[in-house]
Design a protein around this ligand. Structure first.
Ligand code: LLP
Length: 446
């Protein structure tokens, strides 16, 4: 990880977090350029035997600077909307390495993607295929398509991020996929070039990939024909990262189950990692506005809210938090800290009793880190043991590079935060803080 504490101060590469917060204000997303590149190269290296297209999942972190950085390192892109296609094109992305997933592609989005000559439409229903056929025919084009199958595999992720089970809206069951291949002659403007899947996110075991790929391989063997060549097998993303104390398979371990199975199919591999590239390469910096104790609970009220980072509110996601300036080494596995185990074992999730308040023998205070949004779910860390922080203290919320800014909103009419990228001792603002005036841009009185 390219975030470290040096003499009690958090640094991103060689730039102090405190200085960035002073210059750029808070809340502030801070990305490590070299961390992003290292993660990209690491994943590509682990899969090198299969020489995959690494289609970075734009939804995880869609800032143009991030996209253009990964493009220059050789990435392709996984997109799910016309907006993401626009971002890829603007960042100079290679459309021939771009795959388009999503259950609800609009006609306009399909048209744009055909104009841009993307590599694959990962289709998610027979109805969508009919639309693509009609639009491609009208444009005099042939649409390259992969069938996104739903392998009905439980990837054991949060229910809100599981995508590969029968009850999920994603993908196409094998029976319907088989019908599509059998009837492909009726779709003259479609070329079936691949099979795609995405099982969920994050997946902390290699097993679901193995199971799904075994099913997909059987399908490919049984259905390959001149009109359905299956040149590509896209396994999606979902590779896990360390947030708290998970056991995370290495990229090599994922590759060891995926690559041999791909070899067996004769397909070219596509992977769509998002979180595993960006997740641990950014922090969200936020400043303590107030603290209060209501006799039952202690609250640390910070200037970032669930509009800036929605993962805790939406998925009960755990993000390690620690003051950006602290004499204590952060007791986190993220920092390979020896006291991480003890720290986590003494957390008391869900407890609110008055006896847990106050400062314990180690000088930690049991507090609730909450934001300014008018919802009780606006809580980054419930009942967390943290060093004592007062107004003005800077807090870092870790592992926020993926689905952090990209899921930010203006809820409560709050301008979205700025983003900066650090490269060694330099940094650049890669997104200006939104202004109050921008909030009402495009609105009219009536
Ligand atoms: N490919 C497809 C088709 C996807 O739907 C996704 C993520 C990915 C790739 C990238 O998955 P990753 O490598 O990042 O795990 N907002 C949630 C995660 C939603 C994931 C949606 N799909 C979160 O904050 O945990």
């Amino acid at each position: 990880m390219n975030f470290q504490y040096r003499s009690g101060e958090l640094f991103c590469e060689n730039v102090a977090a405190g200085g960035l917060a002073e210059k750029c204000g808070t809340p502030l997303y801070v990305y490590s350029k070299n961390g992003l590149l290292a993660a990209f190269h690491e994943i590509r290296g682990a899969f090198s035997e299969a020489a995959p297209i690494v289609a970075f999942s734009v939804k995880s972190c869609s800032n143009l600077a991030v996209l253009s950085l990964l493009r220059s390192a050789g990435a392709g892109f996984d997109i799910v909307s016309g907006g993401e296609l626009h971002r890829v094109v603007t960042a100079g992305g290679d459309s021939r390495k771009t795959v388009f997933s999503g259950v609800g592609k609009s006609d306009e989005e399909i048209r744009r993607a055909l104009e841009t000559d993307i590599l694959l439409f990962n289709i998610e229903s027979e109805a969508e295929l009919d639309s693509i056929q009609a639009i491609a025919a009208a444009m005099g084009k042939v649409a390259p398509v992969a069938i996104r199958i739903n392998p009905d595999i439980d990837a054991k992720t949060h229910t809100k991020t599981t995508t590969g089970k029968k009850e999920n809206k994603f993908g196409i069951d094998f029976v319907s996929a088989s019908r599509i291949v059998r009837n492909i002659a009726e779709q003259p403007n479609i070329r079936i070039l691949g099979i795609a899947m995405h099982l969920g996110s994050p997946i902390y075991s290699v097993e679901p990939y193995a199971q799904a790929l075994d099913k997909a391989s059987d399908f490919i063997r049984e259905h390959r024909s001149p009109r359905a060549q299956f040149e590509y097998l896209d396994v999606g993303g979902g590779f896990g990262i360390l947030y708290r104390d998970q056991t995370v398979p290495t990229f090599k371990e994922y590759a060891d189950v995926i690559s041999p199975r791909i070899r067996g199919t004769g397909c070219k591999l596509i992977i769509e990692p998002g979180r595993s590239i960006t997740g641990n390469n950014a922090v969200l910096l936020t400043r303590v506005l107030y603290t209060k104790d209501n006799g039952t609970k202690h609250f640390t009220i910070v200037d970032a809210g669930m509009n800036d980072l929605i993962r805790p509110a939406m998925y009960d996601a755990y993000h390690f938090c620690w003051p950006a300036r602290s004499e204590r080494t952060p007791p986190s596995y993220l920092f390979r800290s020896p006291d991480a185990k003890d720290y986590f074992s003494r957390e008391t999730p869900g407890t609110t009793g008055i006896h847990e308040r106050g400062v314990d023998a180690d000088g930690f205070r049991l507090t609730n880190v909450v934001g300014p949004i008018c919802e009780s779910s606006d809580c980054f860390a419930g009942n967390r043991r943290l060093p004592i922080m007062e107004r003005g203290a800077l807090l870092a919320v870790f592992s926020t590079g993926a689905y952090g800014f990209s899921m930010a909103s203006c809820y409560n009419s709050r301008p979205r935060p700025a983003e900066v990228m650090v490269d060694g001792s330099e940094y650049r603002e890669i997104r200006r803080r939104e202004t109050i005036e921008q909030l009402t841009d495009g609105e009219n009185l009536f």
